[in-house]
Design a protein around this ligand. Structure first.
Ligand code: ADP
Length: 196
């Protein structure tokens, strides 16, 4: 059985995607978190073999990925990062599509809808939006990064902010509460159905 409705939760870093995902989970919906699943997918045989072919010995003898080692390689070399993404992103897309099968309504949280190819996998896009100064403050509080580092991370995703289409908007500006907006969107989409 193929999935009936898969919705992407997108938005820049610090916009509040994780908070919206948590709200949805509290309401009983399934939300696929691309960050945490990507870690698991790095240990699938097909992914591991492709990574080793390209980057050499970046897995420890117990089979665990040496993330620091790989990060040092890819963050020093844009071509290497592109190659890593070319291995990981299709694996994520396949995994999301499979995970969503048989679920009436499900969600996938991602900062990289376009770049990952997930745009082709989802039916609808909900964007979480917050003013940049508030995002900066939230990220600094969450991570301990300084303002320059935070701005670098925001800028690194700017392409996604511009090109990704949006079907529905959730405003997370610290004034509008999130929950009523989510309930509204679920109602508009007729998503108040059995969730499995
Ligand atoms: P994203 O997943 O888009 O990067 P998060 O959901 O992690 O963003 O939010 C960034 C930080 O801001 C988190 O520490 C989160 O708890 C906080 N935050 C987000 N929205 C709100 C809000 N409406 N009120 C208070 N804190 C918030």
């Amino acid at each position: 059985m193929s999935h009936r409705r898969l919705i992407a939760i997108v938005g820049g870093i610090g916009s509040g995607k994780s908070v919206v995902s948590q709200v949805l989970r509290c309401m009983g919906y399934s939300v696929y978190d691309t960050d945490s699943h990507a870690r698991t997918l790095m240990h699938l045989d097909e992914v591991r073999h492709a990574v080793e072919r390209r980057f050499g010995n970046v897995y420890a003898s117990d089979g665990r990925l040496q993330r620091d080692k790989l990060a040092r390689i890819v963050f020093a070399d844009p071509a290497a990062l592109q190659d890593l993404n070319a291995i990981v992103h299709p694996a994520v897309c396949r995994d999301v599509a499979q995970w969503a099968q048989g679920r009436a309504v499900s969600f996938v949280e991602t900062a990289l809808l376009e770049q990952s190819g997930l745009r082709q996998v989802v039916d609808e896009v909900w964007r979480v939006q917050a003013p940049q100064d508030l995002r900066e403050t939230r990220i600094m509080q969450r991570s301990g990064l300084n303002i320059q580092e935070v701005r670098q991370r925001i800028a690194a995703q700017r392409v996604e902010d511009v090109v990704v289409p949006t079907d529905k908007l959730i405003v997370n500006d610290g004034l509008m509460p999130i929950l009523p907006q989510v309930i509204n969107l679920l109602g508009e989409g007729h998503f108040f159905q059995p969730k499995t």
